[in-house]
Design a protein around this ligand. Structure first.
Ligand code: GRF
Length: 188
């Protein structure tokens, strides 16, 4: 069994997709907890509906990021978490958490890293006029969307395609790629 925490700040379509994946469940994936830094994020309701506990925690309530992440670690230790999946978590992870979970934190990014890091990966690629972009799954380090790449999938950007259409395509790929990477982790 692999006990994971998912960190998310927003909509939670990746959270939902992973949580509802029957193959992952059958292979032993257990989402023990959602960690969320935004009390109004839509992902919280998605966790509630699936009876997955949510730990809502905001940096503003702590003196610094070290204390913030220490409080998260305390909660993760309670749940005996083996692995962390970032799914739209908008914060940079610091050494406090990284040292506790070395090579055990992965992230999904909606572009072909190292191209277009940051929170507007899809839009930045679109506005740059690239003919292809994609999705990256990578281990986390202290940088913004840096860290060793595990898997990438390319997506063509068609002429006359709208940003909205590209977003839909990217999210579709995300919902295939993240579970397949998690399945590989479970098989290791
Ligand atoms: C995804 O595009 C992911 O690649 C990025 O944040 C977005 C989260 O979407 N890191 P959702 O909340 O899972 O719908």
């Amino acid at each position: 069994m692999l006990k994971v925490a998912i960190f998310a700040s927003g909509t939670g379509s990746n959270f939902e997709n992973i949580a509802d994946d029957q193959t992952l469940k059958d292979r032993g994936l257990k989402i023990e907890i959602l960690v969320c830094d935004r009390p109004k994020a839509a992902v919280i309701e998605k966790a509630k509906r699936r009876e997955i506990p949510t730990f809502i925690i905001q940096p503003k309530d702590f003196e610094n990021r070290n204390y913030y992440e220490q409080a998260i670690i305390k909660e993760l230790v309670n749940y005996q978490i083996d692995f962390i999946l970032l799914a739209g978590y908008i914060r940079v992870i610091t050494t406090t958490l990284l040292d506790e979970y070395p090579m055990k934190i992965i992230n999904i990014h909606p572009a072909l890293l190292p191209l277009f890091p940051g929170i507007h990966g899809i839009e930045d690629a679109y506005n740059a006029g690239v003919t292809e972009t994609g999705v990256t799954i990578h281990y986390i380090d202290e940088g913004v969307d840096t860290g060793p790449i595990i898997a990438q999938q390319k997506v063509p950007v068609l002429a006359h395609e709208t940003l909205k259409q590209l977003e839909v395509k990217i999210h579709y790929i995300e919902h295939q790629l993240y579970p397949s990477v998690i399945l590989n982790l479970l098989n290791k």
